[in-house]
Design a protein around this ligand. Structure first.
Ligand code: AMP
Ligand code: GLY
Length: 430
């Protein structure tokens, strides 16, 4: 059973379907598009006892827990108590994502490179500190809510007023609820960002190919942050030399530290990195697969995903189990115009077969089945991914696919992969 109902879960399901070791896959709750591939069970993925009941009723042998909230709530722990094996970290290890303060303290203690930060529990003290930062010549600070906030808890602030507003939103207006009771104010780093998803079995880290998310809503990296509007893999900024430094200074120390401080991390650990002039630094940990990174990365995975996942659960992972094909991958997200703000939905989606006939793969997110056919029902509606020997080919093919899909209010960025292609043009050796 795969828990979740986004394009990321659809990509995981499509990959798991290749495994000869699986008889049947069920999605909970899945969505109208996922239902074209596997059976979907209509239940609340945040209600752990409801999930366990469904697992027992359907004699589920293995559960893949993908979204952050069920992981932070301890779904993996409770499944294990009920005698059901699963992929994902236990609650204590998931704190790497569910508490930024926990993650920051861990990085500090184990000398894992990250942005310098201060922790605050009172807004007046935080505002004072932010003012001092700008007074002493800092051009920007980053204000982060401690807990989960649907990807909206981070504000990069270029002036005192913005910082005050971000602090007030989190601590006074409580727009993130309990997640914003404590905040951190962090040094603003600059440099290219890289996402590295990795498989972990509690002892070792086997990184997947690197990727580049495109978080802003508009072309040219303008507009507000979203869950992610597209992704390419591998990320050309992430050279083998940088990968070696990250493995030594970040990945390995992190997996050792979390095992010592909380619990062994088993599952997918996502390293959000920034390649600064001072070397790679951790921007954030996520204790799960990224979206849309997964839709770009998994299509290039050559080895059996289910065998890798169960090896993570069993503490029996070896790096040679995780192999990727050469070539490149691109994923473009089709959203409802207006996302991440308010948007209209409920429009019929057409052209999925045409898009796939051209070689692209469509992963559905905010899609539901209506009498007349599939219709949009969310902000990020679907992702279109394609692989090719070159990044240029992958980007072209993903765009050719997404253009064949139509629904009213459809919006997508037109420059996914453009900055990576520029880097490749300048340094063809990458
Ligand atoms: P997060 O939700 O933690 O991924 O943060 C969202 C985005 O905010 C990141 O992808 C970065 O672009 C930006 N960001 C977070 N922390 C920093 C930082 N310390 N310096 C500069 N940008 C940051
Ligand atoms: N793409 C960023 C995330 O999954 O958090």
């Amino acid at each position: 059973m795969v828990i979740g109902g986004g394009a990321r879960e659809h990509a995981i399901i499509k990959k798991l379907k290749f495994s000869a070791k699986i008889d049947e896959i069920i999605a909970l709750p899945g969505n109208g598009g996922i239902a074209r591939d596997v059976q979907c069970v209509d239940a609340d993925p945040f209600n752990i006892s409801a999930v366990i009941n469904e697992c027992k009723k359907r004699k589920i042998d293995y559960v893949v827990v993908t979204p952050d909230d069920p992981l932070a709530l301890g779904m993996v722990d409770e499944l294990s108590e009920a005698g059901i094996r699963s992929f994902g970290p236990v609650k204590a290890a998931a704190m790497l994502e569910s508490s930024k303060i926990f993650a920051k303290n861990l990085m500090k203690k184990y000398n894992i490179p990250t942005a310098a930060c201060e922790i605050f529990t009172e807004s007046a003290v935080a505002v004072n500190y932010a003012r001092q930062c700008f007074k002493s010549g800092k051009k920007a600070v980053v204000v982060k809510a401690d807990g989960l906030a649907l990807g909206k808890g981070v504000a990069v602030c270029g002036c005192v007023k913005e910082a005050e507003e971000a602090i007030c939103n989190a601590m006074e207006k409580k727009v993130f609820g309990k997640s914003g009771e404590r905040i951190i104010i962090e040094e603003c780093l600059t440099g290219p960002e890289v996402s590295v998803l990795s498989f972990c079995d509690g002892r070792i880290v086997a990184p997947m190919i690197s990727s580049m998310d495109h978080k802003r809503s508009l072309d040219g990296d303008l507009g507000p942050n979203t869950g992610g509007m597209g992704c390419i893999a591998p990320n050309p900024f992430y050279t083998p030399e940088i990968a070696e430094i990250c493995a030594r200074d970040i990945f390995s120390p992190t997996i050792k530290a979390i095992a010592k401080e909380a619990a062994p991390f088993k599952g997918c650990l996502y390293f959000g990195l920034m390649l600064t002039a001072d070397g790679p630094k951790v921007i954030e940990y996520n204790c799960r697969f990224g979206d849309p990174e997964t839709q770009a990365v998994l299509p290039l995975l050559e080895t059996d995903l289910f065998s890798i996942m169960t090896a993570c659960t069993d503490g029996a992972l070896s790096p040679d189990m995780v192999r990727f094909r050469a070539g490149a991958s691109a994923c473009v997200v089709a959203a409802s115009q207006g996302y991440p703000g308010p948007y209209e939905k409920g429009f019929l989606i057409e052209g999925l077969e045409d898009a796939e006939a051209g070689g692209a793969v469509v992963y559905c997110a905010g899609v539901k089945q209506e009498e007349a056919g599939l219709a949009s029902c969310g902000g990020r509606v679907l992702s279109v991914s394609a692989t090719a020997p070159s990044l240029e080919g992958a980007v072209e093919s993903a765009y050719s696919g997404i253009k064949k899909i139509s629904f009213q209010n459809k919006y997508f960025r037109t420059d996914i992969g453009a900055s990576a292609l520029q880097v490749l043009k300048k340094s063809p050796a990458l």
